[in-house]
Write a protein that binds this ligand. Structure first.
Ligand code: NAP
Length: 223
C-alpha cells in the first residue's frame, strides 16, 4: 500500500496515472487548480474500491505548495510524488508573449521545483520515497516551434539529474520519464499537432510507466 501524490491529476496523463495508482489499496492525493475534474477522478477511484483525496493547489505558488503539502505530510508518509502538471504553448519564437514564456516556466519548471522542495524533507526524514518527473521527448532534443516548451523540459531534466547526484547514498529515488505525444487536453488550444489520432492514449502510457517503474533514474516510453 502506497501514498501517492500526483499533480495535474484531473485530466490527461495525470488522471490516467491516478486511476492506475488508485488500484491495489494505494491512497492517491490528486492535485490541480480546478476541484471539479479532481473530484470526478476521485469518484472513479472510490467507485472501484480505492482511496483518493482531491487537493486544490496552484503549483506555481511557492507558499501555497508549502502549506498544502505540509497539511498532507503531517499525518501521512509519502511513498511517491509524481510531478506531472505541465503546459505547452507552441509556435515560432517571435509569436510568444511574455505571459506565455512565464506560464510555461512557472508551471513546468518552478512548479516541479516547488513540489519537490516541499516534499523532500519528509522523504529524507522517512529515509525512503520517490519523486517521478514527467518530462517528454522535448527534454531530450530540440523541436521546431517548441523552443520555449523544450527549454522548460530540458530544465526539468537538469533539475532531476542534479537531485539524483544530491541524493546519492540515500534510499530516495528520482526518476525522469520521457514520452512522445499523447492525445490529451494538452492539445485543445493549439493546432501544432494536425492529427491527434496518431498519438498514444494517456491510459496506455500510464500503464507502461507503472509497469516499468522500479525506482530507476530514467523511464523511456519513447526516445
Ligand atoms: N500530451 C502530450 O502529448 C505530452 C507529451 C509528452 C509529455 N507531456 C507532459 O505530460 C504532462 C501532462 O500533460 P497532459 O498531456 O496530461 O496535459 P493536460 O491534460 O493539459 O494536463 C495538465 C494538468 O496540469 C494541471 N495544471 C496546469 N497548471 C497547473 C498549476 N499551475 N497548478 C496545478 N496544476 C496545474 C491541469 O489542471 P488545472 O488546469 O485544473 O490546474 C491539468 O490537469 C505535462 O507535463 C506535459 O508536458 C505531454
Amino acid at each position: 500500500m502506497m501514498n501517492v501524490l500526483i499533480t495535474g491529476a484531473g485530466t490527461g496523463l495525470g488522471k490516467s496515472l491516478a486511476l492506475q495508482y488508485g488500484k491495489n489499496g494505494n491512497h492517491v492525493y490528486l492535485i490541480g487548480r480546478r476541484l471539479e475534474p479532481l473530484e470526478e477522478v476521485v469518484q472513479s477511484i472510490k467507485s472501484a474500491g480505492g482511496h483518493a483525496t482531491p487537493l486544490t493547489c496552484d503549483i506555481t505558488d511557492f507558499d501555497e505548495v508549502e502549506q498544502k503539502i505540509n497539511s498532507v505530510v503531517q499525518n501521512t508518509p509519502i511513498d511517491l510524488l509524481i510531478n506531472n502538471a505541465g503546459t505547452g504553448i507552441f509556435g515560432p519564437l517571435n509569436t510568444y508573449r511574455s505571459d506565455d514564456i512565464d506560464q510555461m516556466f512557472a508551471t513546468n519548471v518552478k512548479g516541479t521545483i516547488h513540489m519537490t522542495r516541499a516534499i523532500l524533507p519528509t522523504l529524507v526524514e522517512q529515509g525512503n520515497g520517490q519523486v517521478m518527473n514527467i518530462i517528454s521527448t522535448a527534454g531530450l532534443r530540440g523541436k521546431k516551434n517548441e523552443s520555449v516548451y523544450v527549454a522548460s523540459k530540458f530544465a526539468v531534466r537538469g533539475f532531476t539529474e542534479s537531485l539524483i547526484k544530491e541524493l546519492e547514498g540515500t534510499a530516495i529515488k528520482m526518476t525522469a520519464v520521457y514520452m512522445g505525444g499523447m492525445d490529451t487536453p494538452f492539445w485543445d488550444e493549439t493546432d501544432h499537432i494536425d492529427d491527434r489520432s496518431r498519438l498514444k492514449s494517456p491510459d496506455e502510457v500510464a500503464q507502461l510507466i507503472v509497469e516499468q517503474n522500479s525506482g530507476q533514474a530514467e523511464i523511456f516510453i519513447d526516445r
